[in-house]
Design a protein around this ligand. Sequence first.
Ligand code: PMP
Length: 307
Amino acid sequence: MTDFKIWMNGRLLPQDQATLPVNSAAVFYATNVFEGLRAYWNARDGELYGFRLADHFSRLRESMKMMRFTVPYSDDELFEAVREVLRGNDVHEDIHMHMVAYVLAPGLDATSPSGLYINPRRRGRVTEGKGLACCVSSWARTSDNAIPIRLKSGSNYQNGRLAILQARADGYDQPILLNQQGKVAEGSGATFFMVRKGRLVTPTTSNDILESITRVTLIDYVCPEVLGMEVVERVIDRTELYTADEAFFCGSGYEITPITSIDRFPLGSGDVGPITRRLSTAYMNLVYGIDARHPEWRTPTYRAVVV
Ligand code: PMP
């Protein structure tokens, strides 16, 4: 249990006071949309940097639009809210946050009042340099016409939860979900990448995946500019998973998490692959600001922000 205070509708509250009514749509149907954010402590700068917050806010707004509700905060206010919750908790370490916009009234009333909270929590690396043993889940990723995973609502995460619980019951670390067409979609809460025949490959955004911010960070910047490798976005077949040389999950929470086997087929040497290792270092350098390029992606917490 963390002792961090929660920012809820403009106030910093102790955990046990940040509550929602049990009959609200937020609690009963998980009628919310959310973002998982990270901020990274850079000891050299004495600064805590929120990573790509503006992109998270814009995705939050897209999710709210699809759910037909809104919250009464501008992006500037959301930036300040993140800074307030981090400052108010005197955070001087790496931190993960859930930013959750929720619908209050019971039932299906679309015009009902809404609110927002930010819950900071300690969250370590998914694996400490080790690789995951994954399986292909027998649960299919929900489709864009039914429960679109592009829409980041808590309720949609029951799909990934079923897949994770099944994977664990069967002795694996994590599932890889195929979409309704039987093509590779993503992990329960992370984007899938593989290296096959010397190329970095990831599913397209029309393969029933979340439009991941880490994914575009890798495609637009880290892979081409730091590693000198272009990413191919295309449909991936199940059997390609078994013959990949390397694979990894990526995401704000997962960062770069290596996968070393799928359905017990070892990938490459069965160890964390060399490209995955280089990519992980390059990504971590970027989020911490050791790689100082793209300063616009790192929002300082303690220093004044120049707009
Ligand atoms: N897919 C799903 C279903 C996720 O929940 C996440 C985590 N937000 C991701 C992919 C990765 O997205 P991002 O890089 O924006 O964190």
